[in-house]
Design a binder for this molecule. Structure first.
Ligand code: ADP
Ligand code: MG
Ligand code: MG
Length: 888
């Protein structure tokens, strides 16, 4: 016979914390606490298997369940010394839901079950407290009425409110036994009116009604939605806990409370929480009365701490706190009740915490020897570090919110409102803080986004251009704030009735998506202390290298500060949009012949050389991967006649001729068009200039600093061995003509793997490459055959409908894209065991993708500067998990 029911408590204790899947989190931990000798009122758990069987068999309970519940109930009766339904001294129970993970979508708890018109009198006699008995009964009818019978709970609340205002009282606790008795009879009228039936008087009917409601709630819309949002399978089912009641509402020596063994927002090692004297259940969180602090140290004037009000129970609780932390070896979130100065534990679970608290608790516990360094590393969710690395709004600062968009890139920033990238740059040069506000952004705004403190758009989602680029740069971004109107012509932004003009200040919170009026004070992140300690531990266990994607000295410096071990991707074209270069870039593109192109390239060369030199200086001694020109040229084309005329003048072309050149460059599918090494093949002088700039800068910086400079020249969008052989040959010709390379400069030439053909022929390509860098953004596009810029209209639906587990541009698609990366890595190493391999692109900062890179043995990941610490920690966790599973 299947065992459907497990007892917990000091005498019959059949479960433990390892049984969460069967007993649910609450039930398993109640048994665990009882097992280590903590005072847990006895009870029993109906397993999640009951729930599964119930739904499998068309909402029928499995055979044997009723008998097992009767037996378990009898055991509780004998432990408590009271009988369920006994008018002279009734056993009362709570019925509590409890899935494997805590789920707010589930049924609320029903307390004081077992009371009826007779047993309430027995309870009054037994406790010697009429008020308590009737208060408990009215609570029961109220909870059972709303939770099990589905009666709107405000109908009940209204009765109490009416009573209190008639008597001119403010607190529930001031109502007398007679008041509560009358409330009960009103409640019973409500039940009769709303359900057409009397309130159930038979305790066993009450019990099965409540059990049925818990199992029923597993399939209610709230729970279903919650499960979908949190990836919880419906097959898990919920457990039901039935537990003997203890009473926090029996008078001034009683209380109920909720607390954390450490402060969950800062992580500080203090007892943190709230309690209420003479209260029951959810009164503490319901906000009917103001809860009081636990410790005297945290009590403000006028507050009465539990330490002071109930010193005996408090001392016991302190002891419990220590036992629980020592036992679970982590911060706990606990619920307790004090009945006539005796403490009872009603729940414990690992406490939720902020990123800052997670960090501090992990480091504190490791330093106190409670957990190992490895455990500390594994305890901090890498992605949560993102919150800690950016300036945040000062929690004390006043603010006026005018809009809310998507939290596209975290951090807080204030600045003068500006509507064009050009104006951002102009003002930024003068040292002003600016916020760029656009309906949406495009590649030509990138330099303005870079110069801005933050970016605000009124259109687009989490993977819109603005969001992706801003995250990459570590710029604050609020995207898709649809209630804001931007009028470029008038130079105004309208939101929530406020009309702001160019130059007015606004503040963005990219972590929440909020937009505020004026300047709201911010606080800087702290990269020292606990953060530095944990990162140090992480660095000592990780195998993967971590580099940054960076183009500007600013980003490179940030990357170093965050611990990057080089640059994994420098996108040279990002340097082309700056106002002092775009003219030469356009002349290069539109020049009718190679000679014209060379003249323009000669103008660009000094800029490029200086850019590279700046990066090499910052990255002294570390590798810097420079990707040669990649995007389709049309991205740089002039807009409007004025700009076109200027380029035409520079090239001695007529406006018509220039226009014809522009038209000739238009492509129907630029992503798959004339870009990457295809440019290097058709216009070799472009790559020749860039290679020269890289190598000359390297020589200059090597001489200047005496350190070896390590440029890695990377050729993009290679699909065929021949393409790399050709472009590499051209690059080597240039290298042969650069003086001073030997000794000072350790350069290499490699390729990006971002086309399926390249991956499948990686063995051939490897023959010409010193390294592979997997460009997983483009690779995802080309493996799926979809364009990221257009995917916004259907990918989210795929994820919603469960056709894809996640957005493949955020987390690498293991089955397809990952497989092709693995194939290329294997083939590449077969012919060249020393081939250096890494990934660049957004996936380089995604913990799940980093774990994948660890698994297939890549050498490094490269991500945006602000993701570097995330990647360091994720790489450490991946290495530890690999080690643990190898040992297992
Ligand atoms: P939730 O999952 O919403 O926290 P619980 O099942 O933990 O719901 O119940 C909420 C509160 O009800 C508990 O914190 C406790 O105060 C009270 N409660 C539950 N069971 C009992 C009991 N057997 N005796 C006294 N109070 C109880
Ligand atoms: Mg609740
Ligand atoms: Mg609880």
């Amino acid at each position: 016979m299947t065992k459907w029911v497990y007892g917990f408590g000091s005498q019959v204790n059949e479960g433990h914390a390892g049984m969460k899947a069967l007993l649910g989190g609450k039930g398993a931990n109640l048994a665990e606490m009882a097992g280590i000798g903590l005072p847990v009122p006895p009870g029993f758990t109906l397993t999640t298997d009951v729930c599964v069987a119930y739904y499998r068999d068309g909402r029928r309970y499995p055979d044997g369940l009723r008998t097992q519940v009767e037996e378990a109930l009898a055991q509780v009766e004998s432990q408590v010394g009271a009988r369920f339904g006994d008018p002279s001294g009734p056993l009362l129970v709570s019925v509590r839901s409890g899935a494997q993970v805590s789920m707010p979508g589930m049924m609320d708890t029903v307390l004081n079950l077992g009371l009826n018109d007779e047993t309430v009198r027995g309870l009054a006699v037994q406790s010697g407290d009429e008020r308590f008995a009737w208060d408990s009964y009215r609570r029961f009818i109220q909870m059972y009425g709303s939770v099990v019978l589905g009666i709107s709970h405000h109908l009940f609340e209204d009765v109490i409110e009416a009573r209190k205002s008639a008597l001119d009282l403010t607190e529930d606790t001031e109502l007398s036994a007679e008041d509560w008795q009358e409330v009960v009879s009103f409640y019973q009228d409500i039940v009769r009116q709303e359900t057409g039936q009397a309130f159930p008087q038979t305790p066993r009917d009450q019990l099965w009604g409540a059990i049925g409601a818990v199992f029923g709630s597993w399939m209610n819309p709230r729970a279903i939605t919650y499960r979908r949002l949190h990836d919880i399978p419906a097959e898990w089912g919920t457990a039901v806990n039935v537990q003997a009641m203890v009473f926090g509402n029996m008078g001034e020596d009683c209380a109920t409370g909720v607390c954390f063994t450490r402060d969950p927002s800062t992580g500080e090692n203090v007892f943190y929480g709230e309690y209420l004297v003479n209260a029951q259940g959810e009164d503490v969180v319901a906000g009917i009365r103001t809860p009081q602090p636990m410790s005297e140290a945290r009590a403000k004037p006028g507050e009465i701490s539990m330490e002071k009000a109930l010193p005996g129970a408090y001392a016991e609780l302190l002891h419990v706190r220590e036992m629980l932390e020592a036992h679970y070896r982590d911060m706990q979130d606990i619920e307790f009740t004090v009945q006539r100065n005796t403490l009872y534990m009603l729940q414990t679970r690992t406490g939720k915490r902020t990123a800052a608290a997670a960090l501090r608790i992990a480091v504190d516990m490791a330093e106190a020897g409670q957990i190992s360094h490895e455990e500390a590393i594994l305890r901090v969710p890498p992605a949560s570090l993102d919150q800690l690395l950016h300036p945040a709004l000062d929690p004390q600062a006043e603010r006026v919110r005018i809009a809310r968009g998507l939290p596209a890139s975290p951090g807080a920033a204030s600045g003068a409102l500006v509507f064009t990238a050009e104006e951002v740059e102009a003002r930024a040069l003068k040292g002003e803080d600016v916020i760029l506000a656009r309906v949406e952004t495009s590649p030509e705004d990138v330099h303005g986004m870079h110069a801005a403190r933050g970016v605000l758009t009124t259109r687009g989602g989490m993977t819109s251009h603005a969001a992706v680029v801003a995250r990459g740069m570590g710029r604050v971004c609020v995207a898709g704030a649809g209630d804001i109107r931007i009028d470029y012509k008038a130079g105004t932004l309208t939101a929530d009735g406020h009309v702001l003009r160019r130059g007015d200040w606004i503040t963005l919170d990219g972590g929440t998506g909020e937009v505020f009026l004026g300047r709201v004070a911010t606080v800087e992140p702290r990269l020292s202390g606990d953060f530095a300690t944990l990162m140090g531990w992480a660095d000592s266990v990780r195998r993967l290298g971590v580099r940054a994607n960076a183009e500007t000295p600013d980003d490179a410096a940030t990357a170093r500060r965050f611990g990057a071990e080089g640059i994994g991707l420098c996108r040279t074209e990002h340097m082309f949009f700056a106002p002092d270069r775009i003219g030469a870039v356009r002349r290069m593109i539109l020049a009718p012949d190679a000679a014209g192109r060379r003249a323009a390239l000669d103008d660009l060369m000094p800029f490029q050389r200086a850019d590279f030199a700046a990066l090499f200086r910052i990255m002294a001694g570390l590798p810097v991967t420079v990707r040669l020109l990649d995007p389709p040229l049309h991205e740089f084309l002039p807009h409007g006649d004025a700009e076109l005329a200027e380029v035409a003048r520079g090239l001695s072309l007529s406006l018509e001729e220039a226009r014809a050149r522009v038209a000739a460059l238009s492509e129907s599918n630029p992503m798959l068009g004339h870009r990457g090494c295809r440019l290097g093949v058709t216009a070799p002088e472009i790559y020749a200039m860039q290679v020269r700039a890289v190598l000359e800068a390297a020589v200059a910086v090597a001489r200047e600093t005496g350190e070896i400079v390590r440029p890695e020249i990377m050729i993009p969008l290679v699909g065929m061995e021949t393409e790399l052989a050709y472009t590499r040959g051209e690059a080597e010709k240039v290298a042969a003509s650069v003086d001073g390379l030997d000794g000072h400069v350790d350069y290499s030439i490699g390729t990006m793997i971002e086309l399926p053909r390249a991956a499948l022929t990686a063995d051939r390509i490897a023959a010409h490459a010193d390294f592979f860098s997997f460009g997983t953004n483009d690779l995802t596009q080309t493996v799926f055959g979809l364009s990221r810029d257009d995917a916004g209209s259907f990918l989210p639906t795929y994820v919603e409908k469960g056709l894809l587990p996640k957005d493949p541009f955020v987390s690498i698609d293991f089955e397809g894209v990952g497989e092709i990366v693995a194939i290329a890595a294997r083939k590449g190493r077969q012919v060249k065991p020393t081939l250096k391999m890494g990934i660049c692109g957004e996936h380089g900062g995604d913990p799940a993708s980093i774990a994948f890179c660890e698994k297939i043995g890549l050498d490094y990941v490269s991500c945006s500067p602000y993701r570097v610490p995330v990647a360091r920690l994720a790489a450490a966790q991946a290495a530890l998990k690999a080690r643990l599973s190898a040992e297992a």
